[in-house]
Design a protein around this ligand. Sequence first.
Ligand code: IMP
Ligand code: MG
Length: 174
Amino acid sequence: MAERIEVLLTEQEVDKRIQEIGEQISRDYAGKKVHLVCVLKGGSFFMCELAKRITIPVSIDFMSVSSYGGDTKSSGVVRIVKDLDEPLTGRHVIVIEDIVDSGRTLSYLLDMLGSRGPEDVKLCTLLDKPERRVVDVKVDYTGFEIPDEFVVGYGLDYDQKYRNLPYIGIVKFD
Ligand code: IMP
Ligand code: MG
């Protein structure tokens, strides 16, 4: 089926908001270092843009997860496909995500990372669909709250397509 992409958030709007979050994180953690943990693949575009706008020392690491049975909805238990390279002990960790939807993945991940001895763990997401929440997750930094629509761009995919769009679009089938 052919799909069409309708712009929800322009490149300028997204850039402006990422700049604001970068400034806020730099203020909130003034005098400290932050360790950004990117959840692949979706969070990677956001993390790179955000990291460039943080003015305090930054280190980065990546992890990749997949849900058991290919369906997060059934269990909420995620399998680590690629773990972090470095320990989290004593670090100020900020998990960087593309989107929080049901909250199942994040809730599991935050518990797991929290058990590795970090100084603190916060969550920063580019997008949040609060209407879809099933599991309560505390989001510390949110780019945009969006309606319950399937979105792509800025790292988010539909069938592995559209991650490279520099804006956020809604996938329309008509
Ligand atoms: P959840 O919060 O555990 O339901 O899962 C969030 C994950 O589902 C995100 O990291 C995305 O990979 C994927 N996801 C949820 N909503 C969308 C969307 O609108 N577009 C693309 N991927 C999405
Ligand atoms: Mg994701």
